[in-house]
Design a protein. Structure first.
Length: 71
């Protein structure tokens, strides 16, 4: 197992954040794994809020109340 540097982890967080922002603003973003367009579920969707791939191979869960996700 390779230990990742802080920079790499931060970069990944940044990427996730940008990706989430794009999907939330209505942009069609393909899943990094399979290329299917990602789906966004909001706070009142009845599902856990987040970005999901229709093929269930990728997800970013959004925790409201977490400062990082408030913007
Ligand atoms: Zn996928």
């Amino acid at each position: 197992m390779t230990k990742r540097s802080k920079e790499e982890i931060l970069e990944e967080i940044e990427e996730m954040y940008l990706l989430r922002k794009k999907v939330m603003s209505g942009e069609k973003i393909p899943c990094p794994k399979c290329g299917e367009y990602l789906i966004f579920y909001g706070k009142n969707s009845g599902k856990h809020p987040g970005i999901f791939c229709p093929n269930n191979d990728f997800e970013i869960l959004i925790e409201y109340g977490n400062k990082f996700f408030e913007k």
